[in-house]
Design a protein around this ligand. Structure first.
Ligand code: UTP
Ligand code: MN
Length: 567
């Protein structure tokens, strides 16, 4: 027996009878290809304007509205869920009819303009081949390695990659070998989609992408998003307590997934819990990470990165003239926001930068600009190419300092105002002198607009983490302290001139790009690429390069600008 339930596509409340203005119209919206929030919004809007919107597909429905392209697709979609035939009097309409009705606040008569065709028009049928042509035009190569493709920062398939990145992160949080392999598979699929030059609308556009072949799980996720506008598995994971808490904990500087899980398993659900239960075992990083959680999870803006670079550069040049300080990492790939500032410090004369690390740190400390530092001396040696495992050879051996920098709020705010006035030169000097006076009186947080929409998963993660914190019960004594600075993660890397192009390539990233170009070097060229050099295992020679281009040439790879390395 077919249960009553089967008749219902979705259960929910329907319109209050008294508010219905258009008595002969009962609308049902096919939920496919419409994001849940948008669907809710559409229903609310229509009900407010006096339309009857039903959540149940029944014989009473007079107008079906859908984002699907044809009448047949709509009928196919509802057919297996209904025990009756959709009456022929029921209109099957495009979204345009709905939109026009809302705009005119009237139940517009149905004309052919609004009716969905039974079959796809020829140009629709050719949709995928048009896309194929686009793909060829923009030279998207279904390349074996991500480093062989151009991957811009802004791409048209963000919705798909955001979803896959949740699954990747979730697998990464689980930390065992099998899940690490799953995380990598998600990352590779994401990288392939990030490089895809047009919006993916049909499954056949991606089915044969090398990095998706065999990735049944990824394909299901993509299929569901194409059909429904969202993926239920991703929504379930992203909404689960475990994921949200682990995401929040891994936002603590010095806390990886293993520690985060330990905290969770001991019953901690908030940073307050962690402070209470692990007070004696927190590392120096973690203490700072918890105390400055909000700052360190607020995306760093490009302006702030430049301000910090300038401060560091001024001091470095005073100690050692001609020292160069360059922003690398995400900012150099065109990102407007980052989780930290990566600075490469070098000098045109080989090894001149060698004793700069300590002098510079002492100076920055004396200016009260550093909240935390962790330094490491240079331990690079050429012999490691022949003596270590290739994977271990990938490690970075530069002298460096991982720090938490104190960026004066007033300087950052002035920099904001400069943005608006675009009065650059003079004011940027003012900023720098202000930034150094980090003991200055605090200014209103309202002067800063840190909540602009940011189209990036990692940044959204940071915002989610922040939200989790805001949602927690507040311990007044902790949160009422307002600092006059923003805590910012800054990495200082000291690089000898001869290795600079390799360091620049390595630190420009992205992580996936570097992983891929190293894989490519090893497997295709029998070479070991590190952030220090390129070693040819066939000739047992270390290759030199005067710039990044030359490294690509050694590897017989088409050069990719930093902005194309966002895989
Ligand atoms: P980041 O982790 O800072 O990433 O590493 P990002 O691309 O700048 O993005 P944000 O900061 O989250 O916005 C930058 C690059 O530096 C290299 C990695 O290859 C990475 O792509 N790196 C990072 C190293 O070589 N060694 C490290 O210890 C850290
Ligand atoms: Mn970075």
């Amino acid at each position: 027996m077919l249960s009553h339930k089967k008749k219902k596509l979705k259960l929910e409340t329907s319109t209050d009878i008294s508010s219905i203005r258009f008595r002969n119209v009962t609308i049902f919206i096919i939920p496919i290809r419409i994001q849940r929030l948008r669907l809710e919004h559409m229903k609310k809007l229509a009900r407010r304007k006096g339309f009857e919107i039903t959540d149940i597909m029944s014989e009473n429905v007079t107008h079906i509205v859908s984002e699907l392209k044809t009448k047949n697709e709509v009928l196919e979609h509802v057919a297996d869920k209904l025990v009756f035939t959709v009456p022929s009097s029921c209109e099957i309409l495009s979204m345009q009819w709905f939109v026009d009705c809302m705009e005119t606040e009237s139940a517009l008569p149905v004309t052919d303009k609004y009716r969905l065709p039974s079959e796809r028009k020829d140009e629709d049928k050719n949709e995928s081949s048009t896309d194929e042509r686009n793909v060829e035009k923009t030279e998207y190569k279904n390349a074996k390695y991500a480093c062989q493709r151009s991957t811009p920062f802004h791409h048209p398939n963000r919705k798909l990659t955001d979803a896959l990145e949740v699954l990747e992160k979730h697998a990464e949080f689980l930390t065992d070998d099998q899940n690490n392999a799953r995380a990598l598979a998600f990352r590779k699929a994401t990288a392939a989609l990030k490089a895809y030059p047009s919006e993916i609308k049909m499954m056949n556009q991606v089915e044969n992408l090398k990095d998706l072949k065999g990735g049944q799980h990824c394909k299901q996720v993509i299929q569901e998003i194409l059909d429904e506008g969202f993926c239920s598995e991703v929504e379930r994971i992203a909404g689960s307590e475990w994921y949200k808490v682990i995401l929040m904990f891994t936002g603590v500087f010095g806390c990886g997934p293993v520690t985060a899980k330990k905290w969770f398993d001991k019953g901690c659900r908030s940073l307050e819990d962690v402070k209470k239960h692990f007070v004696n075992s927190l590392s120096r990083e973690q203490k700072i990470g918890i105390e400055y959680y909000s700052d360190l999870n607020t995306p760093v803006r490009q302006k702030e990165a430049e301000l910090i670079r300038q401060i560091v550069c001024d001091e470095a040049v005073r100690i050692l003239p001609e020292t160069t300080v360059t922003i690398t990492g995400g900012f150099s790939r065109g990102k407007e926001y980052g989780h930290d500032v990566d600075l490469l410090i070098s000098h045109p004369e080989e090894s001149k930068e060698a004793d700069l690390l300590h002098k510079l740190l002492n100076k920055l400390k004396s200016l009260n600009l550093l909240l935390y530092t962790s330094t490491k001396e240079n331990n690079y040696s050429e012999s490691m190419y022949s003596t270590t495992e290739p994977r271990k050879g990938h490690m970075d051996h530069y002298a460096r300092c991982f720090s938490v920098f104190k960026l004066s709020k007033s300087a950052a705010a002035v920099s904001d105002i400069n943005d608006v006035n675009s009065e650059n030169k003079k004011n940027s000097l003012d900023n720098i002198s202000k930034a150094k006076q980090s003991t200055e009186k605090d200014i209103s947080d309202n002067a800063l607009c840190l909540n602009e929409p940011i189209g990036e998963q990692s940044i959204r993660d940071q915002q989610i983490r922040e939200q989790s914190i805001r949602d927690q019960p507040i311990n007044k004594s902790d949160t009422t302290i307002t600092n006059c600075f923003f805590a910012r993660r800054v990495d200082l890397i000291f690089v000898p001139a001869s290795q600079y192009p390799f360091a620049l390539l390595g630190w420009t990233g992205s992580r996936m790009f570097i992983r891929s170009i190293r894989d490519y070097s090893r497997k295709e060229k029998n070479m070991i690429l590190t952030s220090h050099g390129l070693y040819d295992k066939t000739t047992n020679k270390l290759l030199t390069a005067k710039d990044e281009r030359e490294i690509f040439q050694h590897l017989c790879l088409e050069y990719r600008e930093p902005g194309e390395r966002n895989c």
